[in-house]
Design a protein around this ligand. Structure first.
Ligand code: FE2
Length: 124
């Protein structure tokens, strides 16, 4: 189990009383629409001041619902294994965020929690 998974399982245990599996697409070309609409989309643009990171939910323009009954509750971004952003969303919010991180080659990991379908992760 990775440190990231331990981090999230620990938090979910506090919040929900359950540990959850982290879902991660292995091959985007064979992914289902269900998988595509839950997976964080990470866009990185190199700038002088740092890497501009934009995270939204859904790949190949397949949008996830954002309603009272079914929504993305939060997105977290880790840079080099450290938590860099943690944003929570309600049913009227668009589940996306932006941040600027250092210009190192540290890996960027985004995780998103769907209230019905669990925890989803992507790496850039
Ligand atoms: Fe969902």
């Amino acid at each position: 189990m990775s440190d990231l998974a331990e981090y999230d399982n620990a938090n979910l245990e506090v919040n929900d009383g359950v540990a959850q599996e982290v879902h991660c697409i292995k091959d985007i070309d064979s992914a289902t629409d269900f998988e595509l609409k839950h997976t964080p989309c990470i866009e990185v643009a190199n700038q002088e001041a740092g890497r501009l990171v934009k995270v939204s939910i859904g790949l190949k323009n397949i949008a996830h619902p954002q309603t009272e009954e079914h929504l993305i509750e939060w997105i977290r971004v880790f840079v080099g294994g450290e938590l860099a952003s943690d944003v929570h969303f309600g049913p009227t919010d668009k589940p996306e965020l932006e941040l600027v991180v250092d210009n190192s080659d540290a890996q960027i990991v985004a995780q998103a929690l769907c209230n019905l379908h669990g925890l989803w992760e992507a790496r850039a």
